[in-house]
Design a protein around this ligand. Structure first.
Ligand SMILES: [Zn+2]
Ligand SMILES: [Zn+2]
Length: 58
């Protein structure tokens, strides 16, 4: 029996993934994650604030 390691956590996931886009609401700068970090929760700061994911259009 194989055990899959698809950890589906219901927790708030702040982990960024490769290819994700982040934008700054203040200046409009956009970045794409070229290489995900492994430190768990990492934020990209621009204009003194966390950049938000471009995927969600809120
Ligand atoms: Zn900015
Ligand atoms: Zn990091």
């Amino acid at each position: 029996m194989k055990k899959k390691t698809t950890a589906k956590s219901a927790k708030k996931e702040l982990k960024m993934k490769k290819g994700e886009k982040y934008v700054c609401d203040s200046c409009g700068m956009a970045v794409t994650v070229d290489r995900a970090c492994e430190c768990g929760a990492c934020d990209i700061i621009c204009c003194g604030e966390n950049m938000r994911m471009a995927d969600c259009c809120c």
